[in-house]
Ligand binder design. Structure first.
Ligand SMILES: Cc1ncc(COP(=O)(O)O)c(C=O)c1O
Length: 486
């Protein structure tokens, strides 16, 4: 007979850990019932049973405790009468919402956007367009068709199915040269960076150079492992000349579309960076975070394709599918592979397997390419709408970094008496969320940086985007009273 599965309309067979202490004379009437009541009160008072938590059905708890069902039913009834528990037909018996200690505020700020209606913060794809149908089909297929061993521990590099599919895809789309054996699947770029920083620290890399401006979270993650040096960026990309004579033996960079400035590393700088790596036996970490989204020119191939032995290539699905999937990859030069696998094993043994198989399925079936193509068209339209609105209504502002990606830099020619705080206040009044460029600059006084915003144009959902654009441009136009030049 197949094992019974819990049905929604039947109280579930939940487990509950409580300890009965019988206080009355052994065998006296009501001693066990009171022990159950007191054990539940104590668990609720101590917060072990939180408000809203469902309790086992009386039959199940009676079985667990070796008591009669009537004893447990009476205990529940008493606690319901005292207000510790509530009982509703479908919802079952639960801890009352106002019972037990009230949670104290944690003091941790929420991570979501701070309640502003028009979210144009950079770095996010349009998650309302997540390919739910294709993903759930692929995930279902993975669950049904994966061999039993796929549900156990496996190779810390990840599933061979995904590594094979990715090696093909990255070669075809980004010019990456990698064999499946040299790919390591990880939880997004965030984990890739943590693992690589650990490997660099362990293998004696004295310092890691990072682009400035860049992602503050990435800088902090790397700096927790090894010394970090800032590298300036200009209109040709990162200043490779600043590496000469520095202690850096590894560089983290975004050559296809510098984050956040949006410039592409010029051919001369690419050659200079590769020459630096060759000369000092250094490592280049290429963060190809939005390589799929290039609009006006042919895609710039990955730097890794030029020197797979010196460039560590990293990417993720955070821009193509959505950050919730948490799948990323590292194409790793052979000398770093063993320490990287060891770091990955130590960190979390392996990346969730079923999602890996689902992504392999999307890549093999062409559904991934299809989604990326659809999104590229949508983002290009959004970018054009942003560029059009700026040209028409803020003619003296400059929009740069728009050839690729999901964000642009909006440079605001403000007079000296208007600073970023006032821009931020104007945006707040318009309920618009966009980031000042200064948030991405390390060790620089915001007052000394030219006022600019990093505007993400991949969010919000398509129906809400025109209103968000209008609110952004309107809020900045509102500053016109103070600045004739805007
Ligand atoms: C510069 C840069 N690199 C990489 C990523 C992707 O990070 P993850 O894969 O951890 O979501 C982002 C996402 O915002 C980013 O801005």
């Amino acid at each position: 007979m197949p094992p019974a599965t819990p049905r929604r309309d039947r109280p579930p067979g939940l487990d509950l850990l409580i300890e009965l202490v019988e206080t009355g004379p052994p065998g006296a009437r009501g001693t066990r019932r009171r022990a159950v009541e007191e054990a539940l009160r104590t668990a609720i008072r101590q917060g072990r049973l939180a408000p809203g938590v469902r309790l086992p059905a009386t039959r199940h708890l009676a079985e667990q405790l070796g008591l009669s069902r009537g004893t447990v039913s009476q205990a529940y009834e008493q606690l319901i009468a005292e207000g510790w528990l509530t009982a509703r037909t479908k919802a079952g018996t639960r801890v009352a919402e106002d019972a037990g200690p009230q949670p104290r505020p944690s003091g941790i700020a929420p991570t979501a956007a701070p309640g502003l209606r028009h979210d144009l913060s950079p770095g996010r794809p349009d998650v309302s367009a997540f390919p739910r149908v294709a993903w759930s089909r692929a995930l279902r297929r993975a669950i049904h068709e994966a061999p039993a061993e796929a549900f156990g521990y496996g190779d810390p590099r990840g599933r061979i199915e995904l590594r094979t599919a990715l090696a093909g895809y990255l070669g075809r789309v980004r010019g990456v040269r990698v064999a499946p054996e040299h790919l390591v699947i990880c939880s997004g770029f965030a984990q890739a960076l943590g693992l690589l920083a650990a490997v660099f620290a362990e293998t004696g890399v004295p310092a890691l150079a990072m682009e400035n401006p860049g992602m503050p979270e990435h800088r902090a993650a790397a700096a927790a492992r090894l010394p970090v040096l800032d590298l300036a960026v200009d209109d040709q990309g990162l200043r490779v000349d600043a590496l000469a004579g520095s202690a850096a033996r590894a560089v983290l960079c975004t050559p296809a579309h510098q984050f956040p400035l949006g410039v592409s590393l010029s051919p001369a700088r690419r050659a200079a960076l590769l020459a630096w790596a060759e000369e000092c036996r250094g490592w280049i970490v290429e963060d190809d975070y939005d390589g799929e989204f290039r609009y006006d020119r042919r895609p710039v191939g990955a730097l890794q394709g030029r020197r797979p032995d010196r460039v560590v290539y990293a990417g993720s699905v955070s821009k193509s599918l959505g950050p919730a999937v948490r799948l990323g990859w590292i194409a790793c030069p052979p000398p770093l592979l063993e320490p990287l696998m060891a770091a990955k094993r130590l960190a979390d043994r392996q990346t969730p397997t079923l999602e890996q198989l689902a992504l392999a399925d999307l890549l093999d079936s062409g559904a991934f390419d299809h989604h990326v193509r659809t999104m590229r068209t949508s983002y290009r339209r959004r970018r054009d709408a942003l560029a059009g609105a700026v040209a028409e209504r803020l003619p003296h502002a400059r929009l740069t970094g728009i050839a690729a990606g999901l964000h642009a830099i909006l440079q605001l020619p403000l007079p000296a008496d208007l600073d970023e705080r006032e821009i931020a206040a104007a945006l707040r009044r318009g309920s618009v969320l966009a980031r000042p460029l200064s948030e991405y600059l390390h060790g620089q006084d915001p007052a000394e940086t030219p006022p600019a915003l990093v505007v993400g144009y991949a969010t919000p959902a398509a129906h809400a985007y025109p209103a968000a654009l209008d609110a952004l441009v309107g809020a900045l136009q509102g500053l016109c009273g103070r600045s004739r030049r805007l």
